[in-house]
Design a protein around this ligand. Structure first.
Ligand code: SF4
Length: 419
């Protein structure tokens, strides 16, 4: 492990190579600054979120976003956090907008326009208004700057809007009934527990998370308004907690700013989402973790049945870069897909997000429909029915190095012999 950037003990591991790209995340994780959702609670809205029509809500979001960004900028350089608004704030505006979107769902690029409140017709994710969590836990397998010493506070949702044939979480992503139904208070309680136990961030992940946007925004809005779960609510989360059979002590003050809940919100997503979802998340998310998997050819269609993949995901990552957000990128090296996927992905990152830390991952293994040992196996996936070879992985890392990408600190499982 390389040099620590930690100031409050040695809780966080940030290599100098990536420290600048994750400066805001680190400040929030170590409670030197309030998370963005705490700042959003201080920006009042003039509209009544409950009664205004959706166009008026969007207009107010457009009007308030520059105010929010100005306040965020001042706080980044040391200004104190103002008092939370007495009435509705940008937080409640975001929550209401996500609820309205659910009635004509356009959370992700499928743009299904189904009414998920009614649930009589389902979109590509097969979900109605309900959300389920498969498990929540301290994740010690994420990148060093996310797992730190106490783990990344991971809340793992079921279902997905993509159909990756090799999915390594196929039981969760393809089974919409996996896990347990959750409401906003239960989700907020999970985040609160993970924060109390010292996790360095709240890692919203699936399956895919954007298909649960309304539930997550609702939970974050609660956390931004001084939410503290009851003993009964904490107990209710236990059945979903991976560590329920052993004791994890509390770390008092590890998730507090001005004596209220504080933790960086981490958006761990396939990024196949709409600009509308991005606009809401911009107000709430402190650090982003997009997965850029497929190149610009037909691979997203043949391996994941996902059209418009390249333009959607790269547009969204380009937005992060333009917005000056903290983010890191993951790319999974797939067998026989180095030239068509890995090279164009790394080239694009070099041209459009050259300072973003990149995890060039070696952990692909054939799973789900690509596992020859499984009854689900389909012959058409024979090209990726194996692990990537050493030369394939080395050529991926060699390309990243040649392009000058920041991948060394982020690619924790790298065993590169190409130097
Ligand atoms: S989340 Fe995406 S896939 Fe699901 S209904 Fe909405 S637009 Fe369709």
């Amino acid at each position: 492990m390389g040099a620590s950037h930690a100031s409050g003990g040695q809780r966080m591991w940030i290599e100098p190579e990536v420290g600048d790209a994750l400066a805001w995340y680190l400040d929030v994780a170590e409670n030197r600054r309030p998370a963005k959702f705490r700042i959003a609670s201080t920006v009042p809205t003039n509209v009544n979120p409950a009664s205004a029509d959706e166009a008026a809500l969007w207009a107010d979001l457009e009007r308030l976003t520059p105010c929010f960004l100005a306040r965020w900028g001042a706080i980044r350089t040391g200004a104190p956090l103002p008092r939370a608004a007495d009435g509705p704030s940008l937080l409640e505006l975001c929550r209401e907008l996500a609820c309205r979107m659910l009635a004509h769902c356009n959370f992700c690029r499928w743009d299904c326009r189904v009414d998920r409140w009614a649930g009589s017709k389902l979109g590509a994710c097969k979900l109605n208004a309900g959300s389920r969590v498969s498990t929540y836990f301290h994740h010690h397998g994420e990148e060093a700057f996310y797992r730190g010493t106490a783990g990344s506070g991971t809340i793992f949702f079921t279902s997905c809007n993509m159909r990756c044939a090799f999915c390594q979480n196929g039981d969760i992503s393809t089974d919409k009934d996996n896990g347990e139904a959750v409401d906003a208070r239960t989700l907020a309680a999970m985040a609160w527990v993970l924060g109390q136990e010292g996790c360095h961030n709240i890692n919203w992940v699936g399956g895919e998370v954007v298909i649960h946007l309304h539930a997550i925004v609702d939970a974050i809005a609660l956390l931004g308004r001084g939410f503290v779960p009851t003993r009964a609510e904490i107990e209710r989360t236990r059945s979903t907690k991976a560590e329920r059979l052993f004791f994890i002590g509390e770390a008092p003050g590890s998730a507090e700013y001005d004596a209220r809940f504080n933790a960086p919100m981490l958006w761990n997503s396939n990024f196949f989402m709409t600009p509308e979802s991005m606009k809401i998340l911009r107000i709430l998310i402190d650090v982003w973790l997009p997965d850029l998997k497929f190149g610009p050819g037909r691979c997203a269609m043949t391996l994941a049945k996902t059209p418009w993949y390249w333009e959607t995901v790269t547009d969204n990552i380009a937005l992060l870069q333009a917005w000056g957000e903290d983010f890191t990128i993951r790319h999974l090296v797939m067998p026989n897909h180095v030239e068509c996927c890995t090279y164009p992905v790394l080239d694009w990152i070099s041209g459009h997000a050259p300072t973003a830390p990149v995890n060039v991952m070696a952990q692909f293994r054939p799973d789900n429909f690509c596992d020859p040992a499984s009854s689900k196996y389909r012959d058409k996936y024979v090209e990726i029915a194996r692990r990537p070879t050493g030369p394939e992985l080395n050529s991926a890392w060699h390309r990243a190095r040649t392009l000058g990408l920041k991948f060394e600190a982020a690619s924790c499982d790298r065993r590169d012999s190409s130097r």
